[in-house]
Design a protein around this ligand. Sequence first.
Ligand code: SF4
Length: 408
Amino acid sequence: MTGRSRRATRRVLLHHPSNPVPVGAGAPVSVQSMTITRTADHEATLQQVYALAGAGADIVRCTCNDDAAAEGLARVVPRSPVPIVADIHFQHRLALAALEAGVSCLRLNPGNIRKPHHIKTVAAEAGDRGVPIRIGVNAGSLDPDIEARFGITPEALVASAERELAYFAEVGFDDVKISVKASDVRLMVDSYRLLADTVDAPLHLGVTEAGPPPGGLIKATAGIASLLLDGIGDTIRYSLTADPVEEARAGRQLLEALGLRDRSGTDLIACPSCGRAEIDVIKVAGDAMAAFAERQLPVQVAVMGCVVNGPGEARSADLGIAAGRRRGHLFIRGQVVRVVPEDEMVAALVEEAEKLVEQGVDARLAAADAGAAAEAEADRAALLADQGDDANASEARVELIRQHTRAG
Ligand code: SF4
C-alpha cells in the first residue's frame, strides 16, 4: 500500500449471499454510501442501491427511521447486490426491526440511544444473528454528560465509543466497527488517531456534513486521506450534499488514487496546458472524460497539450495523446504508435484503449504503425524549431522587464 503499513485490527464480516464484505484485518478498504430515498419506498431505494453499487460502493446504508422503513428494508435486503446497513437513531426497537428485516449491519449513534438496557438488548440480538454493529459517534450528538466533562474534543468522541463498547461487553458482544466523525477536519483526524491507539476494532472513516462539492470533497478527502496514508481506516464514506452516486464515486477514486484498490475505471490525467499547447487542452480532456465515462476501461489515459513534452512527461500512463501541428500523436507508455488527424484524437484514444485492455501492452506496441515514431519525431523537431525552448515567451518578457528597469 501507499505510505505506512495498515494498522492491525480485528475483522468484522458483513454477510451477503453472493457478495460478503470483510472489514478490517487487512481486507481491502471498502467504500460506503447512503441512500437518500425514503426507505419505505423500496423500489426507489433499491434502484439507488444499484446505482451506488455501480459507482463503486461495496456497502450501502439506508435509514431505518420508522416502521414503514423497516418494512422497506425487508424488501430491499434480499434483492440488494451489496450488504445493507440500517441507520438507527433514537428508537432501539427499530434496530430490532431492522435485524428482523435481515440487514447485514446496524449503525447505532450512542448519543441518540442512551438507555443501557436498550443498547444491551440490541447488541445481544445482533450477536445471536451474527450481525456486526457500527458504533457511529458524531461530534454533533454526544452524550450531554460526556460533552460536559470533555467538551467537543477527541477525548469526548473516544469516551463515547468506549462507553458503548462497555455496554456491548456486558452481553459478550464485540463484533463492532467504530466511527468518530466530526465536520471539523482536524477534530476528525485527531479523534480517529486517538481511537486507533485505544481500540483494535476496524474503523469507519468520514468527515460528517462535509457539504456540497467542491468544498465538501476537499474536506472529506483531507480527513480521510490523511488517516489512510497513516494506515488508519478500514472502510470509508464521503458525506456530501450531492447525489450519493458522487459519494460512492469519490470514495472509490480516492482508494484507487492511494493504491488501496485496483483501478476499476479510467484514470484520466492531463497536462495543465501552457504556452506550448497546440490544442485547447481543457476541452479535449473534457471530451475524453465524457467518452471514457461509460466505458469502465481500467487504464490510465493522458491528454497532453503538445508533442514536445507530452509523451515523455506522461510516459507512466498506459496510453495517451499529445497534440502537434494539427495532428495527434497516440502513444503507449511513452512510445508513439500512431499519428492521427487532430479532430480524431479522442476517438483514436478510446479505440486504442479498448484494444489495449483486450490485447495488452506488448501486443499493441508490436502493432504500432510503421513510421509513426519517425513522423512524430519530425513534428516535434519542427515545433521546437518554430518555438525554440521559450514557447511561453518567458525569456522575452524578462528581457522587456529588464529594459523597463534600465530605462527607469
Ligand atoms: S509543455 Fe506541452 S505537455 Fe507540458 S504543459 Fe505545456 S502543453 Fe502541456
